[in-house]
Design a protein around this ligand. Sequence first.
Ligand code: Y39
Ligand code: FE
Ligand code: FE
Ligand code: FE
Length: 230
Amino acid sequence: MQELALRSELDFNSETYKDAYSRINAIVIEGEQEAYQNYLDMVHMLPKNKDELVRLSKMENRHKTGFQACGKNLNVIPDMQYAKEFFSQLHENFQIAKNEKKVVTCLLIQALIIEAFAIAAYNIYIPVADPFARKITENVVKDEYKHLNFGEVWLGENFESSKIELEEANKTNLPIVWKMLNEVEQDASILGMEKEALVEDFMISYGEALGNIGFSTREIMRMSSHGLRA
Ligand code: Y39
Ligand code: FE
Ligand code: FE
Ligand code: FE
């Protein structure tokens, strides 16, 4: 009941909504653009997976176009400068890993952390989105599960040789996600998305992925607790 009442208060054309949307929409567009580039960058590190990586990167590019249309539909101009800064730490860590040819770290950042973040954001957004954006986001989120799965499968097949690097990359990058969630909390709430729900959905996807890769429950709990105090 309370949830219904809150939802009916969303006015997609209000200045408050559009102002928050100019940042969240930009974050999503920038995220899709970086994801596109990240999958292409991984082709050089995983030449055997070239065709699949190119296919994933093309999906990300389509997602970007879809979300640009969502902004236009609401007459919102995305604040791309804000979004670039929002992603800068993860972007930088991906670039460092790429230059050091640390493919495991690249996969953890893009295919696990960013994909789990995308899945959480899109799942929580769908029920509160405007009808135009809802349709687009419903199709996008299906692809994001495929991207997460790509990371899970590769890292699962290479679990023993990846384990130490995964734990280290988790320790470095998970706190950044908590920072990003805190930063976006207020704008997300204006769009009807609560931080608690985002955190819960993120942890489910991320924790399940770690389990599928081969980590024990105990290891998943330890890895998940990193950065929780950020
Ligand atoms: O793999 C992907 O498509 C990921 C790039 C997209 C990132 C989406 C990040 C969403 C965060 C939005 C936070 C709003 C609450
Ligand atoms: Fe995407
Ligand atoms: Fe760059
Ligand atoms: Fe993706």
